[in-house]
Design a protein around this ligand. Sequence first.
Ligand SMILES: Cc1cc2nc3c(=O)[nH]c(=O)nc-3n(C[C@H](O)[C@H](O)[C@H](O)COP(=O)(O)OP(=O)(O)OC[C@H]3O[C@@H](n4cnc5c(N)ncnc54)[C@H](O)[C@@H]3O)c2cc1C
Length: 465
Amino acid sequence: MAYDLVVIGTGPGGYVCAIRAAQLGLKVAVVEKDKTFGGTCLNVGCIPSKALLHASELFEEAGHSFARMGIKLGEPKLDLPAMMAFKDQGVDGNVKGVAFLFKKNKIDAFQGHGRIVAPGRVEVKANGGTQTVDARSIVIATGSGVARLNGVAIDEQRIVSSTGALVLDQVPQRLLVVGAGVIGLELGSVWRRLGSEVIVVEFLDRVLPGMDLEVGKQCQRIFQKQGLTFKLSSKVTGIDTSGPKLRARVEPAAGGAAETIEVDVVLVAIGRVPYTDGLGLEAVGVSRDNRGRVVVDPHFATSVAGIYAIGDVIAGPMLAHKAEDEGIALAEILAGKAGHVNYDAIPNVVYTFPEIASVGKTEEELKEAGIAYNVGKFPFMANGRAKVNMTTDGFVKILADARTDRVLGVHIIGPDAGNMIAEAAFAIEMGAAAEDIARTSHAHPTLTEAVKEAALAVDKRAIHM
Ligand SMILES: Cc1cc2nc3c(=O)[nH]c(=O)nc-3n(C[C@H](O)[C@H](O)[C@H](O)COP(=O)(O)OP(=O)(O)OC[C@H]3O[C@@H](n4cnc5c(N)ncnc54)[C@H](O)[C@@H]3O)c2cc1C
């Protein structure tokens, strides 16, 4: 049977695209090589990592802050298999949810590895059998895989990627994290809370590259207070696996004398690369850039008519909601509507404690673009709710156009920053001014009042400071 649309990959890009297209009346099929739907995000990414971040945060709170609130429990004990089962249950619920939504929207699912054999035709191979799916349009939503470190073989036992770090069967005494990006800091935080001594090696001279520099510096200080050790401007050049301990060779990024660090587990978290293995792109002539990303135009069309791509496999931030937004926009375009993604309003969240969240431009980007801006900053130290909860680390920073007051960037370090950034993303999407946020009523006592105060501070009229 011929479909209007076949989507290869059922991560947040692919499954959302398929559902939106079906809502709009298109006849849709999906192809997935893994046993469960949901892609990296639901199976080995966002969802399991957030389950472990949540559980390990409560474990740490139970040990450190319950007593001062008058809750006496004694020393909390870790039951790691139970915590892993909690995580797996959360993943299971989510991936089953996608299967349910496919059925509800009458989307046909083909389990197996998809290969584009010609425009309009995908071959699906599973268990020795081959099926052919014909469709007017093909969407590549095959996502990304783990970036490898030269000379370091990931065995997912002692030298792990994020996937292995989500299923360790015991708490490593010492954990070396290679890469101080989002995944390294999140999973480093999980294992530190559960008892590991964590050392983070980063090639650049800062943590969270790409985020606002002031935010990066402040969160490094907070993580150091929590017990993480950072070795910045350094690189791991090899790991000796012959003994009971791993011996990692760490050198200054610029070259120089190497030191050896002995650890039990190494987590390689240096980024992710687009995944297009066995997809047949060369044969059909789909162009990729020098980083292996599928090249698309502003309507997600590749170099071959009728073949489109979205999500981690194309350029842009490797984030689940970016993939979802692209999936919706593309489905709407294919249904004859006007789909669009505003790349200036995509929030970015690091789910550590405190959380770190940003949307829009950083100060560095504004300076480079020569855009004059005003800064409004408000610390959680001066927010009533944060004070009473004793979670006062961090601040809200709003960057507004000096001429028009339009909000250009918002950066938050603080409890629940990941939820609070939604207001800022909405403000940017609506083209709001800092004054608009300042004049919006924010419930008291909430952490969101710090956003309002930062907006007031743009005009130097914060009340509680
Ligand atoms: C540890 C970790 C934590 C993360 N946390 C967050 C977070 O908190 N928030 C956030 O926004 N992002 C997070 N991400 C990133 C997020 O997971 C990705 O941005 C997102 O999954 C990309 O979605 P996608 O649909 O493009 O691809 P994916 O989710 O990678 O899905 C691609 C799918 O395609 C399938 N596939 C590939 N090739 C074929 C083929 N030839 N035939 C059939 N099927 C194929 C794959 O099996 C997979 O199911 C995290 C990532 C990791 C690794």
